[in-house]
Design a protein around this ligand. Structure first.
Ligand code: ZN
Length: 120
């Protein structure tokens, strides 16, 4: 991959990571704010539902943060843009659409086909 592409992805991923970390911070604050007593069980149920929803989002954010960090590590290691499975280059177009991907389109397609065959 060209140096200018690497620079582009490094900047993109660094920004993405900052955004995600800011968002994660906001969610934690909101959750702390909304702690309290609920005399009405309906309020309590709504609160629990909100909370579960937030936890799911946070879990997803957390996973994405890990992926973005890993992608940045791969940039530093010089392995960014190389398929983890077959070692081929991942196309820049694919990386632009999904910068955290670690598989080329062929490996991703065959992995998905396998998962489908296994009923996952
Ligand atoms: Zn591959």
């Amino acid at each position: 991959m060209k140096k200018k592409d690497i620079d582009y992805f490094k900047e993109l991923l660094t920004k993405r990571l900052e955004e995600l970390l800011n968002q994660a911070g906001d969610t934690v604050l909101e959750m702390n704010d909304s702690k309290g007593n609920f005399p009405d069980p309906t309020d309590r149920a709504a609160y629990e539902a909100d909370r579960n929803f937030e936890l799911r989002i946070r879990d997803r954010e957390h996973k994405l943060i890990k992926k973005v960090k890993r992608a940045l590590e791969r940039i530093d290691e010089g392995s960014f843009g190389i398929c983890e499975k077959c070692g081929d280059d991942i196309s820049v177009a694919r990386l632009k659409a999904r910068p955290v991907t670690t598989l080329c389109i062929d490996c991703k397609t065959s992995e998905e086909a396998q998962e489908k065959a296994l009923g996952l």
